[in-house]
Design a protein around this ligand. Sequence first.
Ligand SMILES: NC(=[NH2+])NCCC[C@H](N)C(=O)O
Length: 399
Amino acid sequence: MPNHLQVNSEIGTLREVLVHRPGPELENITPDTMKDLLFDDVPFLKIAQQEHNQFTALLKQHHVKPIYIERLLKEILCNEDVKTGFIQDYLAQFALDPVQIQTTAAYLQTLPAADLATTVYAGLRSETVELPEDYHQPFVLPPLPNAYFTRDPQATIGNGVTINPMTFAARKPESFIFSWIVDHHPRFRNTTTWLQPTLPTHLEGGDELVLNQNTLALGISERTTHAAALTLAEHLFNDPASTFEMVIAIHIPHNHAMMHLDTVFTMVNRDQFTIFPGIMDQDYQLNIEIFRPNGKGGVKIKQAHHLQPVLKEALGLSEIDLIETGGGDAIIAPREQWNDGSNNLAIAPGEVITYDRNYRSIQLMRSHGLTVHEIPSSELARGRGGARCMSQPLWRDDI
Ligand SMILES: NC(=[NH2+])NCCC[C@H](N)C(=O)O
């Protein structure tokens, strides 16, 4: 089994992937907090877990090892010094006064590592720690219901990772957890980090697509700024450990339905992509910027408006097959996009995992020669993320 990181494409045979099984945090969403927690509904936990189990079972059937991030967290928390440091630093992220911090830290310190890890994801109800009476919030630690979308707070690019500066408060603790795992878990010893979560702007993993070992596609979106994309490109171009020479920055609409590039565009084979046509105008144009090193440590930028020629050049191909979500139909396409019909996880070239409900997009992918494995999606889809969002590859074979 590989012991380090290798992701030089979106489609190379997948061997190892970071996941999180949805837990009690999903039951800590209420109609009042739903929007801030980036959910559109309150999922039924039991069914969400069954669906997620089917996802991981399918991965295992295809010899992909799921690594549970909550387990990595538990493992580092078994070290008492790490546990104490983690608790202090974790609490410092939230609006708590010194007494509240001390009371909560004392409680968390009593928990065994596994329970502490579960609590970090689930959130901590205020009454559990008997805080001073002037604390009126229902939670002293917030629930992290988006944690099953492991794609976003962290991303593997080549042999390194980005630990992402997240856009919304609801997801910032997830990057914090990963940075502790990178610093303390042997699985990540000597990991190169391309981007730190302290960057004063934002960039998320759903916007990071590794097209090949030289080319990264980045969404400029609700969650990833132009400034952050430039910073990442500079780091990748200048770090001798990186093989990347080109970033294709693709501007997409800024809204919740398409919060990341991978909700509208995924690579599924050497020359095939799924795409939601709603990101292009009637002439199939969109706003693209190509970043390359300028030879002086900076980035030079070229504009483009059509995706196909840009992809052909980057991948050295004469043809590209863009498969439109829902066949591009005015009703089917947006409906299936909303339920992650464009969010496919390639487990090998031409072989993907996707949500069963998007049957029109599935038919179409099959008619374009792809092998499609379906997973159930009634509850998981309520968080607005599909198979790609629920997985963070640590190792893909090179193609
Ligand atoms: N890679 C993705 N498309 N992730 C989807 C994340 C969905 C999550 N509810 C959020 O808004 O952050």
